[in-house]
Design a protein around this ligand. Structure first.
Ligand SMILES: NC(=O)C1=CN([C@@H]2O[C@H](COP(=O)(O)OP(=O)(O)OC[C@H]3O[C@@H](n4cnc5c(N)ncnc54)[C@H](OP(=O)(O)O)[C@@H]3O)[C@@H](O)[C@H]2O)C=CC1
Ligand SMILES: Nc1nc2c(ncn2[C@@H]2O[C@H](COP(=O)(O)O)[C@@H](O)[C@H]2O)c(=O)[nH]1
Ligand SMILES: [K+]
Length: 485
């Protein structure tokens, strides 16, 4: 990456823009989005290790589309083991529907339907055999205690596993898509005999031609998990490895401290056969110290996060674009990598972080407001659906993290609050699922890369030309939904 003009101050995403240059990449579909950092991901997007962001459904869905979800450090280790096993049993090909028995009620269905973006439940009989689908619309105007078996429609298209091509062969998937379009359905079950193996959606079929799932050596979806720096970090990391996690993240607010180095060294001493990510830092020195302690990838970002009050409380941090530029350079010198963590709110921010040299970009709060986020869906007075998000250093998270400690210690720890406890993350009606956001992000990044003439992420960061803009330059780039006066 090179700057068009030499910066005289540190910069964040809104302060900069990318200049187009001569391109020999003729299609946006020819762009390879795989990060070159050994994580096995095929798109450079990671769901953050935040309790309000990443649970089993987020992890599963991210991996199916080639990304990664990091289970947070506050989840008990036995739960992480159970979730990891569960994700690894999910199909890399088929989407996971909400499944209920025929005697479950409309009330049950409406309570659970929004855990997935499909707007339906799959109904099975007592032996687990497929009976039919119940759509959200079918639940209107019927008594809440109506049994699903009485509503299920079994007359739409259904496929056996072998009917749907396993690879991303566009022509073969097109005919499955056409069958569904002609039947005017957006989703259909995939069966193994009578058992439900999963769900195909029309959008999912299109995605299968664009994304490649992120799978381990045994073809199972990949899972990431985080540990903090307190307690016996080596022991905790060993249990995560035993559970089968594919990426380990050592996570703390101030990654450039002795305890963080010791924690990373304890993880490295286990000789893990998976990438070790550590953070957070914002300087080249921080990168060098974490890499020499044993990190393969360093997480960059202090204070940019949407839930984060660190900069207001402490004045500490650094505008994120400059932090990523300096840290990526330091990491490249050592053959290591950085992830840009926090502050991402538009596809352009992801493109800029990658141009600055990050191998991947971590997204938190933006993903909290999706069907796959762990929060409960709530509807506000204006009828807008939302989920709550909160920071991992908020009073709410600290209360939860210290639950086993005595009251006095908990009261002492409660003083250092550096995150907000309640934030409203609306579901975007156009993009209510995390896959919709991934489509939005990756299409922006693919296009951005072709403007720079880059067919791969390493090419993108070496070819990118970055300019510095005024606030009015940034504003000029925003669309208007109304006329000027
Ligand atoms: N990226 C960011 O900008 C930030 C992220 N976070 C997130 O919040 C979560 C909790 O992290 P964390 O607060 O590190 O908590 P942890 O409980 O994981 O551990 C922090 C440890 O480091 C010590 N410490 C020393 N200096 C600091 C400091 N300036 N800030 C925090 N701890 C310090 C603490 O001791 P003692 O308590 O005795 O001081 C404690 O032992 C993580 O998920 C982290 O990523 C939090 C803040 C900023
Ligand atoms: N200072 C704090 N930072 C936090 C807290 N919780 C999470 N984080 C950091 O934010 C990113 C995600 O950023 P986002 O803009 O995408 O939401 C996350 O990965 C952490 O590094 C917090 O309570 N305080
Ligand atoms: K912030």
């Amino acid at each position: 990456m090179r700057f068009l003009t030499t910066p005289t101050t540190d910069l964040t995403y809104n302060d900069v823009f990318l200049v187009p240059s001569m391109s020999r990449v003729t299609s946006r579909f020819d762009v390879d989005l795989s990060p070159a950092d050994g994580t096995g991901s095929t798109i450079p997007v990671v769901a953050a290790n935040m309790t309000a962001v990443t649970g089993r459904r987020m992890t599963e869905t991210m991996a199916r589309r080639g990304g990664l979800g990091i289970l947070p450090q506050d989840i008990p280790l036995d739960v992480i083991a159970e979730v990891t096993a569960w994700v690894k049993q999910r199909s890399p090909r088929w989407e996971t529907p909400v499944v209920l028995g025929r005697t479950s009620t409309v009330h049950d269905a409406l309570g659970i339907m929004h855990k997935r973006p499909h707007g339906l439940v799959v109904v099975v009989d007592e032996d687990g055999g497929y009976e039919g689908l119940v759509l959200e619309a079918d639940c209107r105007d019927v008594d809440r205690f109506t049994q699903l078996g009485d509503l299920a429609r079994g007359d739409g298209p259904q496929f056996q596993e072998e009917d749907v091509p396993a690879d991303g062969d566009t022509a073969a998937l097109r005919s499955v898509y056409e069958t569904m379009a002609q039947a005017r359905v957006s989703a259909a079950p995939v069966l193994r005999g009578r058992t439900v193996a999963g769900l195909v959606t029309r959008q999912g079929l299109v995605r299968s031609t664009i994304y490649t799932p992120s799978v381990d050596a045994r073809g199972r979806l990949r899972v990431g998990a985080a540990v903090g720096i307190n307690g016996d970090v080596g022991e905790k990391a060993a249990r995560l490895l035993e559970a089968g996690v594919d990426v380990l993240v050592v996570d703390t607010a101030h990654g450039h401290q002795v305890k963080a180095m010791e924690a990373v060294a304890a993880v490295r001493a286990l000789n893990p056969q998976v990438p070790v990510v550590a953070g957070n830092v914002v300087t080249g020195d921080g990168v060098r110290d974490l890499v020499s302690a044993g990190a393969d990838i360093v997480k960059v970002g202090v204070g940019p996060g949407a839930m984060c009050t660190t900069r207001m409380m402490t004045a500490v941090g650094r505008p994120q674009f400059s932090a990523v530029v300096e840290c990526a350079e330091a990491a490249a010198d050592l053959g290591a990598h950085v992830w840009a963590d926090g502050g991402v709110k538009h596809p352009r921010d992801v493109a800029l972080a990658l141009a600055a040299g990050a191998s991947q970009v971590m997204v938190g709060s933006w993903f909290a407001g999706t069907h796959e986020g762990p929060g409960e869906i709530t509807v506000d007075a204006a009828g807008r659906a939302y989920k709550e998000s909160f920071g991992m250093a908020s009073a709410r998270a600290v209360r939860h993290r210290t639950i086993g400690e005595d009251r006095f210690s908990r009261a002492r720890k409660a003083l250092f609050e550096e995150g907000i406890s309640n934030s409203t993350m609306y579901l975007d009606p156009q993009r209510p699922g995390v896959e919709d956001l991934l489509d939005h992000i990756t299409s922006g990044v693919r296009s951005s890369m072709t403007y720079a003439g880059a067919a791969s992420l390493p090419q993108f960061s070496s070819r990118a030309v970055v300019g510095i803009q005024s606030q009015s330059g940034y504003d000029e780039g925003r669309p208007r939904s109304e006329s000027w006066s």
